[in-house]
Design a binder for this molecule. Structure first.
Ligand code: SF4
Length: 343
């Protein structure tokens, strides 16, 4: 079975349609149509009717059903989407001139990170590449014209490295010309530290990588990220260091969820600085976002600011990701198919 239409690369479309011009016409039509079409048309301008008919018959079109759209006062929109019987969430986060889409790569997750609401869902299934691309297309079709989608982060439900073949295909499609024209460095794939997948990703993709580190000792990390017992921090950092030497232009991020009394001490900041030696990564500090049933708590804002200041004083780029969309459970670690009343 060939990949479905949204997951076909420009080269694959070219070979199926018989010309690069037809392939470009289809891609332009796909990304230029808003709202996301519910069915494929009988004809696409610029594409020979017979070639289009054959392609259309070979690639089923299954756009997601939007079960719910929740908009937060800060402009963040969370989508509850159904791909058949499979439910996932995607989030569109606007900023003054562009929007970011947070994409799910799995329905649920097999990993058990304790600060993450998704783990409470268990595992549904891996998403296909076309289902990931469709999340971006849907959000892009609804983005305000003054803030078009320019960034995609694979930070929704799921561990991307556990479904890497499909994630790599989605990244390839999203960065192909002529649409949606995202740069590789505008796409960030996040991982909770699945080392074999990280190795392959760094070998095969030019996109940015975000490592969810969250701790500076293996003991604390294993408490927050149970599979941290398998792949120690030193091995993760060694791989990032190797990649920084091999691909100095790649954007690399280290995500660090700050939990009060667990990983937010000055000593943690100092250890983090040492761990990052030789790695030009930007650190994103994320005050923990609470969800029902969790016994973790976010540090007071003053502690978050002090942690950031300690990193910055040592010359490390460190940003605080204050929660966006917390009221609709769309903030980091909160995706768990909760429904809420839109603000
Ligand atoms: S943080 Fe990521 S890898 Fe960990 S349970 Fe949540 S979705 Fe899965």
């Amino acid at each position: 079975m060939i990949p479905r239409l949204p997951a076909l690369t420009i080269d694959e479309l070219t070979s199926r349609l018989g010309s690069a011009a037809r392939a470009r016409a289809v891609v332009r039509w796909l990304y230029g149509t808003a709202p996301l079409p519910q069915a494929l048309p009988a004809a696409v301008p610029g594409v020979a009717a017979a070639a289009w008919r054959t392609l259309r018959a070979a690639t089923p079109w299954n756009p997601p059903l939007v079960r719910e759209r929740q908009a937060s006062a800060d402009g963040t929109t969370k989508y509850a989407l159904a791909f058949g019987a499979t439910l996932v969430e995607a989030v569109r986060i606007p900023s003054p001139r562009r929007s970011t889409v947070c994409v799910s790569s799995q329905s649920g997750c097999t990993r058990r990170c304790v600060f993450c609401a998704t783990r409470t869902l268990g595992f549904g299934r891996h998403l296909r590449a076309d289902e990931m691309v469709l999340q971006v297309m849907l959000a892009a079709a609804e983005a305000p014209p003054e803030a078009p989608v320019r960034n995609v982060v694979f930070m929704g439900m799921g561990e991307p490295m556990d479904n890497l073949g499909e994630v790599l295909r989605a990244v390839r499609v999203l960065t192909q010309s002529p649409a949606p024209l995202l740069r590789a460095r505008s796409i960030t794939v996040s991982t909770s530290g699945v080392l074999p997948g990280m190795r392959r990703f760094l070998r095969e993709s030019p996109a940015s990588l975000a490592l969810s580190l969250h701790a500076t000792t293996d003991d604390v990390r294993a408490r927050l990220v149970p599979h941290g017992r398998i792949w120690p921090i030193a091995a993760l950092m060694a791989l990032l260091r190797e990649d920084a030497a091999r691909h100095p232009r790649r954007e690399c991020f280290v995500e660090y969820v700050l939990c009060a009394g667990v990983n937010d001490a000055d000593a943690d900041a100092d250890r983090l600085l040492r761990l990052l030696d030789g790695i030009g990564a930007r650190v994103n500090l994320i005050p923990y976002n609470a969800f029902p049933g969790s016994d973790l708590a976010p540090p007071p804002s003053a502690r978050v600011l002090a942690f950031q200041a300690r990193l910055a004083a040592a010359g490390r780029r460190a940003f605080i990701r204050w929660p966006r969309g917390r009221a609709i459970a769309a903030a980091c670690g909160q995706l768990a198919l909760a429904t809420a009343t839109a603000e």
